[in-house]
Design a protein around this ligand. Structure first.
Ligand code: UTP
Length: 416
């Protein structure tokens, strides 16, 4: 939207106090706020105009059907062949890694990036350190380093880089670690109004875990990857401390089957476990969120009695780069997500006061990694053992927490 129209837009959408506040600012701040507002994604503007009725993605319509997985036993039978194939391609430099570390980790509530969290009990053992240790296992096996791209947010980029430097990149070759910052979107209050984070800036949040493809491209890093000979990207989250990335067996299985993408999955521990489940939507790979799955569907079984929608994704995907670029040309759907976001409350008289809410007070607009899977023609559903590869750190305590992750690390022989 043109900067000249912004003030009218604010007034027409019930944001008179913000319009008056901007008009009262000194020229530099006024220009910068108007400029920031004018660069807002059109879909967010639509969301404001329609009071949340349109603009962002809701569930897709279409026919959902189960999608079979390559099971642990089937993988075991072909392990040697897959490993050979995967290691060969890794040695040729065809795989790059993409660590998603731009999240805000609000549920964990740690005051530095989640990867800097110390999961050790009697010694220091950081999440980033564990991930680099897992990666180093493959580096040793393959006899070559693998390029690792780390996606950060504007907010956590500097602390993430200093942490890696301070820890000497945990022994990984720094020439193979590349940091980049993901794009961000303005945050709205739940009644659809822009929020201020300081007297001179709007509230922003990172654009979600699907934002990496566009952000990589904008930063010119897809071209850089291609110049290194990279053809595939393995995307994974920061918060699974048992995460196995650059897994030669997983990568080799995708190559062996001539597919264009793959997703690591675990068997759900209950039909209603809160994980996205692999399936197809109108014949294309899709991940159905747990809240979209009806009770009936969640209980549906295969002829062998296993759950038809029983494979949950663990945010570890491999994509063929050329397919990704083609799909990326389309705008990724934006999802509206309610979260607790600190902001400056603007009173009618123009005074500002900081607020740190405990309950969700705002809407963030995020793209999701799972929407990229749906853009692919096919996807290998690759089962892994959840006890060995799935220990997410989302919360402080309870389900998927520091406590459960520590338990699983110990079960896998880690001394904490
Ligand atoms: P989550 O969806 O769990 O979000 O991220 P989060 O921000 O880390 O945590 P909460 O919801 O605020 O508690 C899953 C993965 O996606 C990354 C996270 O860093 C994590 O690896 N992510 C998430 C990004 O890289 N960018 C984002 O904008 C959001």
């Amino acid at each position: 939207m043109n900067t000249d129209n912004i003030l009218d837009f604010l007034k027409n959408t019930g944001q008179d106090s913000l319009a008056r506040y901007i008009e009262s600012c000194e020229p530099v701040t006024k220009a910068s706020l108007l400029d920031a507002l004018s660069r807002t994604d059109n879909r967010i503007m639509e969301h404001i105009k329609s009071r949340g009725e349109t603009g962002t993605a809701s569930s897709y319509g279409g026919r959902i059907a189960p999608l079979n997985a390559l099971t642990l036993s089937a993988i075991d039978k072909q392990r040697e062949k897959f490993t050979r194939c995967g290691l060969g391609a890794i040695r040729e430099g065809k795989l790059a890694l993409l660590l998603l570390a731009g999240g805000q980790g609000t549920r964990l509530g740690h005051d530095s990036p989640k990867g800097c969290f110390n999961i050790g009990e009697t010694r220091e053992l950081y999440i980033f350190e564990l991930l680099i240790a897992h990666l180093s296992d493959v580096v040793r096996e393959a006899g070559t380093h693998i390029h690792l791209y780390v996606m950060t947010s504007l907010e956590n980029n500097a602390p993430t880089i200093s942490f890696f430097k301070e820890k000497n990149f945990f022994g990984y070759d720094p020439d193979y670690i590349h940091f980049f910052i993901q794009e961000q979107n303005p945050v709205l209050s739940t009644d659809g109004h822009f929020l201020l984070s300081t007297p001179t800036e709007l509230c922003y949040s990172p654009n979600g875990n699907g934002g990496w493809a566009l952000s990589l491209e904008k930063a010119g890093l897809i071209d850089e990857m291609k110049s290194f000979g990279v053809e595939w990207v393995n995307v994974f989250s920061v918060d699974n401390v048992l995460q196995r990335m650059a897994d030669p067996v997983f990568f080799g299985a995708i190559l062996d089957q001539g597919l264009t993408s793959g997703a690591k999955v675990v068997r759900k521990n209950a039909p209603d476990e809160k994980v996205g489940a692999m399936c197809t939507l109108d014949g294309k790979p899709y991940i159905i969120e747990y809240y979209e799955l009806s009770r009936e569907m969640s209980l549906e079984t295969n002829p062998d009695g296993s759950l038809a929608y029983g494979y949950g994704v663990i945010l570890n995907y491999i994509f063929r780069l050329d397919k990704l670029i083609a799909s990326n040309a389309k705008a990724m759907p934006l999802h509206a997500v309610k979260k607790a976001v600190p902001y400056m409350n603007l009173s009618d008289d123009g005074t500002l006061e900081p607020v740190v809410p405990k309950e969700p007070n705002a809407i963030k607009f995020e793209t999701l990694a799972l929407d990229l899977v749906h853009e692919m023609d096919d996807c290998l559903v690759f089962e892994v053992d959840r006890e060995k590869e799935f220990a997410p750190v989302k919360n402080k305590t309870g389900i998927d927490s520091v406590d459960t992750a520590r338990e699983l690390l110990k079960k896998n022989g880690y001394v904490l």
